[in-house]
Design a protein around this ligand. Structure first.
Ligand SMILES: C[S@@+](CC[C@H](N)C(=O)[O-])C[C@H]1O[C@@H](n2cnc3c(N)ncnc32)[C@H](O)[C@@H]1O
Length: 275
């Protein structure tokens, strides 16, 4: 938070999408939320000995909740300062005993010389300017030999209408993935696939969207007392708009949950058939 000084309604309206998510401290999650974390925990064998790096951690959901559940240590990086501030705050508020560290850094280049047993990118790769470069860097410079990459990908099952793509671009400041399954999987070709499932997404009802949004803004109010009702309403409406937009895209989208291994005997080739 900015020296206890409150952001104005105009500043809140004009923040970039990623800064707004960090600012309101939305518990931004990978598709599937806790269900996906449990798949990564089980099929990625995350234990208290594991050393996890979450890349593009936003407000820290995956690293924080996995550290709480397993006792692993975790570092989270994100390019958005507001998101990293929120992740640090969430560490203090919701998991004070967990072994967590959050830093502002670019996933294309971040390195502090350490290697990790697990790298986690959520559904974030498509937000990078160069997903392949980021993935190669993670694999070559951040993962231990035999380390595991935990990720998710959204892909489209049928073409998203142009009007919807344009509408989403205004809200997310980026073009939503319009790639099909085979296309999004290309970046992983040097890695060994250990676990995958593919999922459809149930649309949320207006009541569900409203309950989530109202709860998130009530949480913000508790964490940041002093904001006037007008500002809280602007935050509520912007978060609801984001949720409604995501919901409108759901009929066109699928997502998978992935665990890949960097197997130094094989990388960057493939000796096993895909199926
Ligand atoms: C959709 S959100 C990530 C999703 C979420 N963390 C998850 O669990 O699926 C995209 C995030 O990527 C971050 N980001 C975009 N480019 C980045 C980069 N080059 N390095 C690090 N983070 C980046 C954004 O700031 C934003 O927080």
């Amino acid at each position: 938070m900015r020296n206890k000084e409150l952001y104005s309604v105009d500043e809140i309206k004009n923040m970039s999408y990623t800064d707004f998510v960090g600012f309101v401290n939305q518990w931004n999650v990978p598709p599937g939320a806790f269900v996906t974390l449990n798949k990564w925990r089980v099929f990625g064998n995350i234990t208290k000995e594991s050393k996890l790096l979450e890349i593009a951690c936003t407000t820290g959901f995956s690293s924080r909740e996995l550290a709480l559940n397993t006792g692993c240590s975790a570092t989270g990086i994100d390019i958005s300062k507001k998101s990293v501030e929120a992740a640090e705050n969430n560490h203090k508020l919701y998991a004070p005993k967990a072994n967590l560290k959050y830093l502002v850094a670019d996933g294309h280049t971040y390195s502090n010389g350490e290697k990790y047993t697990h790298a986690l990118v959520g559904a974030a790769l498509r937000f990078f300017s160069n997903p392949q470069k980021a993935l190669d860097h993670i694999t070559n410079d951040l993962l231990e030999d035999n380390g595991l990459l935990l990720s998710c990908e959204f892909y489209v099952e049928k073409e998203i209408p142009k009007t919807l793509v344009e509408k989403a671009k205004k809200i997310f400041n980026m073009t939503v993935t319009q790639q099909g399954y085979k296309e999004v999987m290309k970046v992983y070709k040097g890695l060994t696939l250990l676990y995958e499932d593919r999922n459809t997404i149930e649309m949320e009802t207006d009541e569900e969207l409203e309950h989530y949004t109202a709860s998130s803004i009530q949480k913000f109010d508790k964490e940041n007392p002093g904001y006037p009702k007008e500002a809280l309403k602007v935050m509520h409406d912007r978060l609801l708009e984001i949720k409604q937009m995501s919901n409108e895209l759901r009929p066109y989208q699928r997502y998978n949950v992935l665990v890949h291994k960097k197997d130094s005997r094989i990388y960057p080739g493939r000796y096993t058939e895909l199926f």
